[in-house]
Design a protein around this ligand. Sequence first.
Ligand code: ARG
Length: 234
Amino acid sequence: GQAEASKQNKKLVMATSADYPPYEFHDTSGEKDEIVGLDVDIAKYIAKEMGVELEIKDMDFNGLLPALQANRADFVMAGMTPTEERKKSVAFTETYYEAKNTIVAKTGSNLTKMEDLAGKKVVVQLGSTQQNAVEEAAKTIKGIEVTQLNKIGDLIQELKSGRAQATIIEDTVAKGYVVSNKDLEMNAMADNGENAYAVALPIGSAHVEKFNQAIKKLKESGELDKLTKKWFDK
Ligand code: ARG
C-alpha cells in the first residue's frame, strides 16, 4: 500500500559480504559490532545524496546477486566486478575503484603467475571472479585443484593449515591479511588484469541513474580520494 511504498522510498537495503577489509568488514572494537569500510562510506554518501536511510545486510558473497534478484536487497556493494556474465542478471553503476589480483601463499612460495599454480591446491571465494579465473586457467594448466569456500577468512585458514597452497585475492585486501599473518606472502599476478568495482542494482531499477549521479559527484568533489586515503593509509 501507500505507506509501504513511502517507507520503501526512505530506506535502501544494501547487501554485502563483510569479509573484505578495507571495503567491508566487521568492526568489533567499539560497543557494538558494526560493518564499516570504504564501500560502506561510499554507500552512506550515496544514501545521503538521495535523502534515504541505509540498512546493511551481511551475507555470503555467492548469495548477493540472488538476494538482489529476490528483492531482499535494493543494491549490492561488495567490491563487486561488473562482469559480462553478471550483467545478464543485474545492472551496474559506473565503476568507483580498480583492484588487481594477487596470489597469496605461504611465505617463500614465490608464486607469481597462473602457471605457477600447476599441481597445486588452490582455494578461492565461491562465486568470485577469482574462482572464474582459476577454473579457466585449470582447463589448460595441468593439475590445478580448485576448491571454493564462502569467506575470505576461510581461504586464509586453508593456507595457514596447509590444506591449500594458494589463493587469489585482490591486492588491497590481500595486503591486510599478509600484514597480520607473517607466515603468508602476496605477489602481484603477472598475468591477470584489473577488477573494477561497481554497485549492482536490479535491471531496470530507477535508482541506477541516481547512484551514477552520486558516484560522479563523489569522484569530482574529491571525496572519493579522501575516503580512499582514509581506508588505505591505515
Ligand atoms: N572483485 C571480485 C568479484 O567481483 C571479488 C569480490 C569479493 N568481495 C567480497 N566482499 N568478498 O568477484
